[in-house]
Design a protein around this ligand. Sequence first.
Ligand SMILES: NC(=O)c1ccc[n+]([C@@H]2O[C@H](COP(=O)([O-])OP(=O)(O)OC[C@H]3O[C@@H](n4cnc5c(N)ncnc54)[C@H](OP(=O)(O)O)[C@@H]3O)[C@@H](O)[C@H]2O)c1
Length: 257
Amino acid sequence: MGWRQNSERRTDMSTSTLGIIGTGPVGAGVARRAVDAGLAVVLSNSRGPETLTDLVASLGANARAATPAEVARTTEVILAAVPFAVHERLSRAELDGKIVIDPMNYVVTEEWRRPELDRDELTSSELVQRHLSGSKVVKAFHSIGSPQINQLHRARGAADRTALPLHGDDPVARKEVAGLLDALGFDAVDLGPLAGSWRTEPGTPLYASPYVGAPPAELTPAEWVAWVQAAPGVPLSAARLEELAAATVRGPAGFRW
Ligand SMILES: NC(=O)c1ccc[n+]([C@@H]2O[C@H](COP(=O)([O-])OP(=O)(O)OC[C@H]3O[C@@H](n4cnc5c(N)ncnc54)[C@H](OP(=O)(O)O)[C@@H]3O)[C@@H](O)[C@H]2O)c1
């Protein structure tokens, strides 16, 4: 498809349009970055388009609200920014044939866990791909805090441009999402199939920390999340990302809450 920017910010839906399901910090943060970069977005959540009036107004003329079904019908590349625990509620039929960007992280709680992930047999994104069997799932935006997405973008070629990892089983879909990341102001590092996405998941050196620096010692998980959300972004080069990914050792899956 190729990501064409609409520099005049018209309501011209022939410009490249990103579909978004889920408008928490990641969905809304990527939407902000996308419209600022000149793309159009169609946003949806679980409660209905009428609950997105304020967000859409704040994003301007290149944003509109819809239902998840309409997002799936009208866009080819869709960010599924919902909790991993509800990924099976994403509609397999509606998302059939689409590129689905998966930013979801496995959050381990007493009440909700997945034994196949706990045994390191699969990655969370392989489960998403298994559920969305007719879609092309690409994992991206999962390893950076949502505020840093709107701090670390840079023009192509800038010395301090930040790199983000992506994983996916379909090489064409990976290329498409790499093009989106570039249009949003990031270098993409293609780390291959979803089976290897444990290299950038929670608990690894590439998860969140490189984009914010070292947190103070002895934070609880809740304090750590709050610290990351408030921390100023730190650029990460593609070379350093590749180095960290290659050196990562597989540990227990998930973010332990
Ligand atoms: N927060 C971060 O900095 C961060 C960073 C990296 C990755 N992640 C991951 O990215 C994902 C999104 O995180 P988040 O913090 O932005 O938000 P979140 O709290 O995980 O998700 C909230 C959004 O999901 C929507 N939603 C829930 N169930 C849905 C369904 N069945 N259909 C459609 N929409 C549904 C909610 O709709 P309503 O608004 O209608 O309730 C809400 O807009 C998570 O999996 C998280 O692990 C988060």
